[in-house]
Unconditional design. Structure first.
Length: 255
């Protein structure tokens, strides 16, 4: 069931979204060559603690997962697309890192993700990340009253495909509100003018995922959580929580 949020609820979600934005900013600032993924997770935990927020990631266990998720951020490095578990791995020069973070505050959730490089960036990674950000911007621009879900999906997919990148099948954005994952699903590729009409009060987590090699294929790592590209190429992931309003899309997780 799709729940339309009131303006008061959207304001409350904005507060949760700002905590997510602060956590991602702090993680990005802390990320450097030699810093471990577990240390980045602790940075995010401290931001959540200071804000009086909790993590919807920590302990989350969907049907596919062999164990509950053990961290407050997902850290996906290089060929990992999404859902990477923070470990003792220490970042190396040139690594491409995608970080996904959520927060719950006052009964409402926020969810966002960023991709960035550590140390000396590879030009191909810079292009990949820039395209992911353009795809996210295109999806947000299409998130207006009167459009349909397919318009968001088409906007995202068009940017990704035009650049020659793969789009992992079956993964995309989602509704968000009292829970991190709510209806509807928001695909990263689709036909314009199709799907559910977009109405004032609908809040979506819009999240492009791009595979540099151009393939859509992926597999689950032995940990049962991390999704990796089949061709070993690098991936990028960006995301914002966005409220659809009569005055246009409002980014609730703006950093």
């Amino acid at each position: 069931m799709v729940e339309l949020k009131t303006d008061t609820s959207i304001e409350a979600m904005y507060k949760a979204g700002q905590v997510v934005g602060q956590a991602l900013t702090a993680v990005r600032e802390a990320a450097d060559v030699g810093v471990s993924l577990l240390e980045l997770d602790e940075v995010a935990r401290e931001v959540l603690r200071a804000a009086g927020a909790t993590s919807p990631f920590l302990g989350y266990r969907p049907s596919f997962a062999p164990v509950p998720f053990p961290a407050v951020i997902c850290t996906s490095v290089n060929d990992a697309i999404v859902h990477g578990i923070p470990t003792g791995y220490r970042l190396r020069d040139g690594d491409l890192v995608s970080v996904d973070c959520g927060a719950e505050l006052g009964g409402w959730a926020g969810d966002s993700a960023i991709s960035f490089t550590v140390g000396t960036p590879r030009p191909a990674d810079v292009r990949l990340i820039a395209t992911a950000e353009r795809a996210l911007a295109a999806g947000i621009e299409a998130a207006v009253v009167g459009n349909r879900l397919g318009d968001i999906a088409h906007a995202i997919g068009s940017v990704c495909r035009a650049a020659g990148y793969g789009v992992p099948d079956g993964f995309g954005g989602h509704g968000i509100g009292r829970k991190m994952h709510e209806d509807p699903s928001v695909p990263n590729e689709g036909r314009p003018g199709r799907g559910m009409p977009l109405r004032h009060g609908l809040v979506l987590a819009i999240e492009p995922m791009l595979v540099a090699g151009g393939s859509d294929d992926y597999h689950a790592a032995p940990d049962g959580w991390t999704l990796r590209t089949n061709d070993g190429s690098r991936a990028a992931h960006t995301e914002h929580t966005v409220a659809i309003t009569e005055t246009g899309p409002r980014i609730l997780t703006a950093r």
